[in-house]
Design a protein around this ligand. Sequence first.
Ligand SMILES: Nc1ncnc2c1ncn2[C@@H]1O[C@H](COP(=O)(O)OP(=O)(O)O)[C@@H](O)[C@H]1O
Ligand SMILES: [Mg+2]
Length: 369
Amino acid sequence: MSKAKTPKKTTSTDAASITADTAGTGDFAFDKDALFVGIDLGTSRTSIATSTGVREVVPTYVGYPKDAIGHELLGTEPLFGELALKHRLSVDLVRPLAHGVIQEESKGGKNRNLTAAQELVRHLLGKAKAQPGQPVYGVIGAPARASIASKRILIDAARGILDAVMVVSEPFSVAYGLSILDRALVIDIGAGTTDLCRLHGTLPEEEDQITLDTAGDHVDQTMEKLIRKAYPKAQFTINMIRDLKERYGFVSDTADRVLVKFPVEGKPTEFDVTDMLREACQSIVGPMAEATAKLVATYDPEFQEDIRSRIILAGGGSQMTGLSKLIEAAMVEYGGAKVRRVEEPVYAGANGALKMAQRMPQHFWKVLS
Ligand SMILES: Nc1ncnc2c1ncn2[C@@H]1O[C@H](COP(=O)(O)OP(=O)(O)O)[C@@H](O)[C@H]1O
Ligand SMILES: [Mg+2]
């Protein structure tokens, strides 16, 4: 890392006045020689996209080998993503954004979550291969709750890794990536939270966003409960349930039956989980429709219709088949809506953050020293 060119130092709140026009046109990057990165720091998955064309995604987990045996087996360096999960029994597993924010908890004066988030981002940036001395400018898209509540923590996390940073809410970076900046609503369905964000030609403020706790994890927990109730003898874990959901997740009434094998007293046995899967997937739709209606209703009445007709789903949870239709149906009682899904749910956030990094004029950046 090296020193960035020295734009005027600002606080990140200065960025609040960005308009759709300045954001949408031209190339405003203030340092053409820099490496630009977009980072989607999610609760369950972190992805980056860089101006050099690198794209990487890892589960948001960092594992620290626990003891002498762990060190012998795995070395002393932290493990990231899949590798950390694979060795979860030999490492202290840290999920830095467990509740949609980097927890302020500190242990012996050190914030383990903050350190883990930094190490994870550093690990991913390592793959971007910045030239020696090349400044690195990054836009971090974080869960809406994190970007409102702990922007400062995220900026601290970037210190020593990036030369300049902007923190934006993830649904906003998704919208920016699609060049949708005005009169639209993005619903980002992650693991821990569903973040809704209203776009109206400026950076979103607190009143433009709603965070719900009904998201992917909630679907898994609901499904687990329903299957345990229906089939008390079946043996399974929440991880098996999540896999099932990701493979078959759907919310429509007319899908094929979903038959799965779970052991019963050790013997693989077939179960029909169609109804439980559907009910669990559907359980997040009601709160989403209600929150959508609220963001529409509190908007300028002349433009409410426009927002309704541009609702965009993003995030891993948006991949459940039939979800758009179901939200449209649930919105009928609130006046209707048109819902579609982004094409690349996994990279939409990182792509948007990268695009923003490449275009933001210098005074939007927080330069780190
Ligand atoms: N194909 C799929 N169908 C349904 N849900 C999925 C699918 N793939 C991933 N998910 C779910 O999406 C959630 C993670 O979404 P993601 O956008 O990666 O989260 P985050 O922003 O919280 O890191 C998890 O609950 C995961 O199980
Ligand atoms: Mg996300």
